[in-house]
Design a protein around this ligand. Structure first.
Ligand SMILES: Nc1ncnc2c1ncn2[C@@H]1O[C@H](COP(=O)(O)OP(=O)(O)OP(=O)(O)O)[C@@H](O)[C@H]1O
Ligand SMILES: [Mg+2]
Length: 238
């Protein structure tokens, strides 16, 4: 970890008054949130409310129309995606998550300077199907298995901040529980997570904080213990 990361290690990822959209259309308006070291923030909202737009804005793939994004003392609002990754912010998008023509192994090696897949041992233990299929084309995986591959690649970066957009979409329940366990393990080690999620049991197992979005705005947020189950259910896709 470099000096900048160390100084930011105890700090929060914060976004405030954030607005973003496409062309002339503003999708997100004045959205606020933060996630501290060791915390998991789950973002909930029905289809089309702007969850992915928020993740793209935090990851730097969509310019802000207004507001601020910072990691500790680092102002990230005008930094491109690669600079945010260097600052310790990893992003696992909702779609187009694997290179289908490459093998599973090469998907896991692409960003590495060496060939060593041993760093994935913990993930291969949790998801043996991935290990069995390292030599096969990633395009031969099911949608849920591709999600596991992308999740594994992102989590194994051991970034101080991970932004995960619907990581459990199409994943089998037992593997969803394992994903939750792996996220909690990283959080206990001090990592921060912002996770867009539609799966209530994953949210209940994993989140410290929730942010409920509707029509591009925050309708509620805070420690998950403050929210009755029905209040969370109201903000999940039916
Ligand atoms: N590239 C784009 N260009 C124009 N409008 C877009 C674009 N991407 C998304 N939108 C619009 O922005 C709004 C929010 O979309 P977004 O993908 O952020 O929603 P979401 O909450 O992630 O939905 P889902 O639950 O389906 O993933 C929608 O009205 C969508 O049509
Ligand atoms: Mg989305």
């Amino acid at each position: 970890m470099n000096a900048t990361l160390q100084s930011a290690a105890a700090d929060a990822l914060t976004f405030d008054d954030l607005s973003a959209g496409y062309g002339d259309t503003t999708v997100l308006r004045n959205v606020n949130g933060s996630v501290r070291a060791g915390e998991v923030l789950c973002v909930l909202g029905r289809n089309g409310v702007g969850k992915t737009t928020l993740m793209r804005a935090l990851a730097g793939f969509l310019p802000l129309m207004g507001g601020r994004v910072a990691f500790g003392p680092l102002d990230l609002a005008r930094r491109p995606p690669h600079a945010r990754l260097s600052a310790g912010i990893a992003y696992g998008p909702q779609e187009d998550i694997v290179f289908t023509e490459l093998s599973v192994g090469d998907n896991l090696r692409l960003h590495l300077r060496d060939d060593d897949l041993s760093r994935y041992a913990r993930y291969f233990d949790a998801f043996p199907r991935l290990k069995e299929r390292t030599a096969q084309r990633a395009g031969s995986l099911s949608g849920g298995e591709r999600k596991l591959l992308a999740f594994t690649r992102t989590l194994a970066l051991e970034a101080p901040v991970s932004l995960l957009d619907e990581p459990t979409e199409g994943v089998q329940p037992e593997n969803i529980d394992r994903m939750s366990g792996l996220v909690r393990m990283r959080a206990e080690a001090g990592a921060r997570f912002v996770i867009v999620e539609q799966n209530l049991s994953f949210v209940l197992q994993t989140a410290d904080q929730v942010l409920l979005l509707d029509h591009g705005a925050v309708v509620a947020g805070g420690p998950i213990a403050q929210f009755p189950r029905e209040a969370l259910e109201d903000h999940l896709a039916v």
